[in-house]
Design a binder for this molecule. Sequence first.
Ligand code: UD1
Length: 391
Amino acid sequence: MKKNMNNKLKILCIVGARPNFMKIAPMMRVFNQPESGISAELLHTGQHYDAAMKASFFDQLGIPEPDVDLGVGSSSHAVQTAEIMRKFEPALDARQPDLVLVVGDVNSTIACALVAVKKGIPVVHVEAGLRSYDRDMPEEINRVLTDQISELLLITEKSAQANLVREGIDPKRIHFVGNVMIDTLFANKKRAVPPKEVLVELSNPEMFLEAESGYGLVTLHRPSNVDDPKVLARLLETLAEISQRMPLIFPVHPRTRGQIDAANLAGLLVSDRIALLPPLGYLELLGLMSSAQLVLTDSGGIQEETTALGVPCITLRENTERPITVEEGTNTIVGADPDCIKACFEQLLTTGGKRGRVPELWDGKAAERVADVLLQWESIRGSGAMSTKSS
Ligand code: UD1
């Protein structure tokens, strides 16, 4: 859909943390095509700031440098959320967009949505409606609250529609667009860095590259898994046991690294069958994930990426907000209990794991559908024909 070039829909897109970057990349590209009816600016809250957690993603995914960087950094949830809100308000005042677009479920998502909606600027939530129904997860609070104050709720899977309607959201505001993160995955699959190159600094890369079992890829960063030293120690011991059957590659998130060091647990992972790496760039992780025999993770995004790649995934959480990855994809939810993890791993070794299929509309074109929904919303609003706002 085309609009008058001088009268484009002005959107301020928000990113804050690592999982936001791969979601925003395809949308910025589509929004800012010369023919598009949208003019998009990018604001980074600075929630994630390390080169490994931020810069490499911008470079690799061709995300334009943010027009604004709030430079907020790490702190407690309250301080981080408050700081984002405090610094976001003047940036928003200076820009006066027609819409603020937020993605995912991180603290930056709710903080910016709340500021915008209170200033009368409608919010679009991309990846709306996912629910783990576990209020101990900080992300679940962020999801529920962001959805309640969003004007447009763009969903990745149909279960999200039912969740939102149950919470009283007008179905007219909900649009099934597919998965923008999978747009990024398909667009970059051929550019993924081969595992051989990712492991080049190791003294024994052949341990992983040539193992008969193949290698497993591990990621771990959820507070429920890493913040309690007893839980973390149990998980690390379990990983060490699994590594005896299948060598493991483990890029360690800064939160997890901090907790391992603070609790003095590094000794549990000393083994030539476990490769501990720093946080990786998108193309490096994609390379490792695509060639892995299986993935053990507590990440939300990786549950979806493994489903799109057809790689078996063992999720070290009690629940998932992405049920389609279990129903149609390659995901199995096992929790953090060592016996359950080991039993699932053994079963997977025997069966080769679920085959799964790629879910509906995870087709590499979600960002285009997002643009269509936004322009449609604007034309309806402009004509005054209908308001999607509830009173
Ligand atoms: C955040 C998101 C989580 C997402 C994850 C992906 C929230 C509530 N959580 O969790 O949903 O899955 O990002 O990474 O928003 N740190 C660095 N460098 C950085 C960023 C963080 O060293 O660039 C360290 C700091 O010690 C910080 C800790 O990591 O205290 C945690 O960072 P934070 O942004 O609070 O949460 P994440 O665990 O990364």
